[in-house]
Ligand binder design. Structure first.
Ligand SMILES: [Fe+2]
Length: 464
């Protein structure tokens, strides 16, 4: 008879920056209409801004690794007839439901190796690890999905954000999906990849516009290790993956070491995976790290352009003499395998969350928005930057708050960017609506949200 493993002790909240201040979990779920608005919301703008992010249901036990740990909370700001409402809900995985019944955390952080026993959670959940659909939110083929780092997503009811359960998307996500599938606006297809800790390590698949599977999970040959790959880019002909040398090291993790190992000697490998199933093209270059892509597109000469945020190394998962820094970059892969990488931005500190008008995914784009420090460096990620790649200009809006990912919002009489920010002084949160024509001039409308929205990850705009 084996002894029941001991439940880990509570995490010291004050030792975790990502459990305090603007990141502190929000446990209250509300549904509030007619929010105060400063400025004017366009009468013709109708839709919802949705955002996901880590938000532990109960104070964590064992360990807490941001942004991988935490339960998911989805926030929604809806706009209609010049008025605004807000709703937030936990994504209720079986772990969250069981913990709510117990009134405390039962599952530990993902790096602890502790799993709850059957006598505590029943046979079905015994030995499971916490499910974490807390990275992104994606709408496709009538499904609203809370996306995990590399797992099956959870379906949500678009009306009330109720959790409907896991989905494998008719088999296309049978082995899971990373949090950043890409929707091809010209075909309606959702193209995705997933990484796993076992062979084949990497697969891709495609979902038709009607939700049926076009391409079943298909292995990518040529990997000898499990590689962490957070995001992908998509062109009309290729899935673009950057395999930066952040390797899962299960042996090290089992002996108390780090689950992820930064191996710069391996370099970064770029994979161009033909969407028609042809042979994968590989290009190897010097090591760098990528969390997020802005967009990619095919050029008439057969080359591929990829815009992304390039980090010198993955801060938090590697130790190097100099702090990790990032900027908005453009890579061009020519048909003969040559690679050029040039900076699109003159900024080089903590740039992240690059977004374009999603209607232009797979096609050339003029504008990219990012989050970064403002000109005065008054804080970390306190500003939105707007990069015009045709005019070669960068403009900045510094609202004086901690600001999140900018989402492009198409409108009937003009387009917008939207983002949620939180004032660290009083912990009040607001939704900011900026004109896409002149975003640096500031918000045309500011919606006061009824409670603090923790600094989080990715969002989406759902029209109508
Ligand atoms: Fe992400």
């Amino acid at each position: 008879m084996t002894a029941t493993p001991t439940r880990p002790t509570p995490v010291e909240l004050t030792h975790h920056n990502h459990l305090a201040g603007i990141f502190a979990p929000q446990r209250t779920e509300v549904d509030v209409a007619d929010l105060p608005v400063t400025g004017e919301l366009p009468e013709s703008l109708t839709g919802s801004y949705l955002r996901n992010g880590p938000n532990p249901r109960f104070d964590p036990i064992g360990s807490y690794v941001y942004p991988l740990d935490g339960d998911a909370m989805v926030h929604r700001v809806s706009i209609e007839n010049g008025r605004a409402s807000y709703m937030n809900r936990f994504v209720r995985t079986p772990m969250v439901v069981a913990e709510e019944a117990a009134g405390q955390a039962i599952w530990s952080g993902i790096t602890d190796g502790y799993t709850p026993p059957a006598e505590e959670v029943g046979d079905k959940l015994a030995g499971t690890v916490r499910e974490l659909p807390d990275i992104n939110i994606v709408s496709h083929a009538g499904k609203l999905m809370a996306m995990a780092e590399a797992d099956q997503p959870y379906l949500l009811n678009a009306k009330d954000l109720a959790t409907l359960g896991r989905t494998d998307c008719s088999g296309a996500m049978r082995v899971g999906s990373t949090a950043h599938p890409k929707l091809d606006p010209s075909t309606g297809e959702l193209v995705l990849f997933n990484y796993t800790l076992e062979v084949p390590y990497l697969t891709w698949s495609v979902i038709n516009a009607d939700g049926t599977t076009k391409v079943e999970p298909t292995p990518v040959d040529g990997l000898t290790d499990a590689v962490m790959i957070h995001d992908m880019a998509l062109t009309s002909t290729y899935i673009v993956l950057f395999l930066c040398p952040l390797i899962f090291d299960l042996e090290a993790a089992m002996t108390g070491g780090s689950l992820l190992s930064w191996r710069p000697d391996d370099g970064t490998r770029i994979a161009l995976i033909p969407r028609d199933g042809g042979a994968v093209r590989w290009i190897t270059t010097d090591p760098f790290w990528v969390w997020h892509f802005a967009n990619a597109f095919d050029n008439p000469d057969g080359s591929v352009t990829v815009d992304y945020v390039e980090w010198s190394y993955p801060g938090g998962f590697a130790t190097e003499p100099n702090p990790s820094s990032s900027t908005l970059n453009r890579a061009v892969v020519s048909p003969d395998g040559r690679l050029s990488r040039t900076a699109l931005s003159r900024r080089d500190t903590n740039m992240e969350f690059p977004r374009v008008d999603d209607r232009l995914l797979t096609r050339d784009h003029r504008r990219v928005a990012t989050v970064a420090k403002g000109p005065g460096d008054v804080g970390d990620q306190d500003s939105l930057w707007f990069h015009d790649l045709v005019a070669d200009t960068e403009t900045c809006w510094t609202p004086g708050v901690a600001i999140g990912e900018p989402i492009f919002i198409p409108g009937a009489e003009g387009d917008f960017w939207g983002a949620i920010g939180t004032d660290p002084a009083d912990m009040s949160s607001r939704f900011y609506l900026l004109s896409a024509d002149d975003p640096a001039s500031g918000a045309i409308a500011t919606i006061d949200l009824p409670q603090r929205v923790p600094a989080g990850l990715h969002g989406a705009w759902l029209a109508g």
